[in-house]
Design a protein around this ligand. Structure first.
Ligand SMILES: C[S@@+](CC[C@H](N)C(=O)[O-])C[C@H]1O[C@@H](n2cnc3c(N)ncnc32)[C@H](O)[C@@H]1O
Length: 296
């Protein structure tokens, strides 16, 4: 099957428009990060993003707590399965805080209460500790700079992120056509249907860093913004550099999970033993050489 290259092509007639859903350009970027992986989207609404993700993910699950959206999602998944066999997505019609529903390589969302960023991350960490979310799982979190609570969260979460991206979009015509300038929620106007979105990747095992008061969010944001400026292309990305096992923001390397400490200990002990044996062998050789030398 040839997969459509962008979500605008794959989903040409989305059901919703920004600002009540995330932009299609953002969905296209998410695809780049989830290809071949298992993904859960929390808060899928009518599924405009999920309809694209599911074409590229190894397995895709929509978690939605509103029953009316769940029905729409089930019929949408069936339509996709008919057109692309095996590519439908699973619908879990529940609150994401129900235990055991978020297991995936990548969990993504755009917050809307009662789905909010910090509690969602803390829930993922609890699920991981309880063995219901796999080790190595990461969150992809969406932020709208025109929405205050999103920016508050981006500032708080920046030191936990291993990458970020700044994605321009413009869906004003669609917003005007669908909503006549106002979303059904009333407070959200088409002024938020263009601009940029910020996306960040946060490994779930970085969540304990939320308690570390020494982390400098301002410096972190400045580094990401400088990183975006230096990048070229339709979107700008910044991958947080690592020095040894630590990022410049103080985070542990994500692919060095907690068992890494044990493995590193074993490796260290093994290397120590090798060094001892080599040292002893060298000393013995030296002694022999010396004893072979005249007057040694
Ligand atoms: C901002 S919208 C996301 C829109 C969607 N991702 C899209 O692009 O169309 C947030 C969604 O989260 C859902 N939601 C809010 N709290 C939730 C929770 N605790 N569990 C599951 N879904 C939740 C809402 O019903 C809503 O559909």
């Amino acid at each position: 099957m040839v997969k459509p290259q962008t979500c605008e092509i794959a989903v040409p007639n989305p059901l919703d428009a920004p600002p009540i859903r995330s932009p299609q350009a953002v969905h296209t970027y998410v695809v780049k990060r989830i290809k071949g992986k298992e993904i859960v989207e929390i808060g899928t609404r009518n599924g405009d993003g999920m309809s694209c993700f599911t074409l590229h993910a190894k397995k895709a699950t929509a978690i939605e707590m509103a029953n009316s959206y769940c029905k729409s999602l089930e019929s949408r998944s069936a339509t996709i399965s008919a057109a692309h066999p095996g590519r439908g997505f699973k619908v879990t019609c529940s609150d994401y805080r129900q235990g055991g529903v978020v297991d995936a390589d990548i969990i993504t969302w755009w917050e809307q209460a009662p789905l909010t960023n910090v509690p969602a991350l803390q829930h993922l960490l609890r699920e991981q500790k309880a063995g219901r979310l796999r080790a190595g799982a990461s969150a992809i979190i969406l932020f709208d700079p025109k929405w205050g609570p999103d920016m508050w969260a981006w500032n708080r979460l920046c030191p936990l992120a291993t990458w970020s991206a700044r994605i321009p979009f413009d869906e004003r015509p669609r917003c005007m056509q669908k909503n006549g300038g106002k979303s059904p929620q009333g407070s959200e106007t088409c002024n938020r249907a263009f601009g940029v979105f910020i996306l960040a990747g946060v490994p779930v095992d970085h969540v304990p860093m939320l308690d570390d008061k020494s982390l400098d969010s301002k410096a972190c944001i400045a580094r990401h913004e400088q990183g975006w400026v230096a990048a070229t292309g339709h979107w700008q990305e910044y991958d947080v550099p690592f020095q040894g096992d630590r990022s410049v923001d103080g985070a542990a390397r994500p692919d060095a999970p907690s068992i890494g400490a044990g493995a590193a200990g074993l490796l260290g002990a093994a290397m120590g033993a090798v060094a001892l044996i080599v040292g002893l062998a060298a000393a013995i050789t030296q002694r022999r050489r010396r004893s072979a030398l005249p007057f040694a």
